[in-house]
Ligand binder design. Structure first.
Ligand code: ACO
Length: 312
């Protein structure tokens, strides 16, 4: 019986069909999805922190309204993704506990500090740009609820990317010399961490082969990284900034940009919990959770009251 189910599952994957929450699936497929979707959700929620840091200090009312909307979108993406993961039988409490205890990962990128207003623009341009490059192929992921969630998420990310680029363009074209220096400094600090977001090189990516076989991943870490670099070099030229890699050079034969060596020690150090802001980020999440306990309790008490029989 189990063999038959497995065969049918494999055939559906080969056929490019969506697997839905109530369908039979191998345990390892379920676990891989819970891991990836919950990490993705945690990234959205933790990702609210570095930019949230600038809401109260945005330079104009317009920029403040845009930033508020963007950070709110990220909260929405996180909740949406937790729901997709919950369809696989893991509760939100379990996922959040895994984040708060340090067992679950979230994107390395959110462990870097946002030192100036230009960082907010650069996060939109580079970080959200990298996120879109990674997430568009997930719209075709074999697990239906995750694939469908990504469609809306990618549309919103695309708006986020453009607002970041536009904010930087404004500073570069109409700003002061000090603002241009600030933009270049932010680009210098975020470039390498942004290209690390795609994950370890393919030959050091333990999950890739199986995830590609299952159609959870459609494009490899290195391929996506290359696509992102190729697209970004052109955008950097338009913006008038220099990407901090002297080895970036068009390779006519490969029809791609060559780039310098990535410091993978830095990446592995950050995902092991030792990046510049890991402790601060987790502490902020735990504090928000603890301080919100009364809201959850009140909501539960209210819900219980609604189901009680009416008393005279
Ligand atoms: N940050 C933190 N951890 C990472 C990162 C990263 N940038 N890249 C890889 N890792 C982790 C993996 O989670 C895995 O650890 P685990 O086995 O404990 O889960 C380990 O490093 C080895 O990597 P891979 O074998 O390549 O892992 P995987 O096949 O899951 O690929 C990837 C990693 C590309 C990030 C994939 O999980 C993915 O596409 N996730 C969905 C997108 C996402 O999470 N985006 C969040 C950031 S974007 C944003 O929120 C704006």
């Amino acid at each position: 019986e189990e063999m038959k189910l497995q065969e049918r599952f494999d055939a559906r994957i080969d056929n490019g069909d969506f697997i839905e929450a109530k369908d039979w699936m191998p345990d390892h497929y379920r676990k891989t999805l819970v891991r990836q979707i919950s990490q993705h959700a945690h990234s959205e929620i933790v990702g609210m922190l570095p930019e949230g840091n600038w809401i109260s200090r945005a330079p104009t009312l317009k920029r403040k309204a845009i930033l508020l909307a963007k950070v709110q979108d990220e909260g929405g993406h996180g909740l949406y993704l937790y729901s997709a993961a919950e369809t696989l039988g893991t509760s939100r409490d379990q996922m959040i506990e895994a984040l708060h205890s340090g067992r679950a990962k979230y994107s390395s990128i959110f462990n870097y500090p946002t030192l100036t207003w230009a960082d907010v623009g650069v996060i939109g341009w580079l970080v959200d740009g990298a996120a879109i490059m990674n997430q568009v192929p997930i719209c075709r992921c074999s697990f239906g609820p995750y694939a469908r969630a990504m469609i809306r998420v990618c549309r919103e990310e695309s708006f986020h990317q453009r607002q970041g680029y536009e904010a930087l363009l404004t500073m570069m074209e109409k700003g002061t010399e000090a603002q241009r220096v600030m933009v270049q400094d932010a680009v210098n600090r975020w470039w390498w961490p942004s290209i690390m977001m795609f994950g370890p090189p393919d030959d050091q990516s333990p999950n890739s082969a199986q995830s590609m076989r299952w159609g959870i991943k459609r494009v490899s870490n290195d391929e996506l990284r290359q696509k992102f670099i190729d697209a970004t070099v052109e955008q950097a030229k338009l913006l008038g900034v220099t990407l901090p890699d002297p080895e970036l050079k068009w390779n006519e034969e490969r029809q791609h940009y060559d780039f310098g060596k990535i410091d993978w020690d830095e990446f592995f150090n950050v995902i092991a919990g030792n990046g510049p802001c890991n402790r601060e980020r987790l502490a902020a999440r735990v504090k928000a959770w603890d301080e919100g306990a009364w809201v959850r309790e009140a909501a539960m008490a209210y819900a219980a009251k609604q189901t009680e029989p009416m008393k005279e």
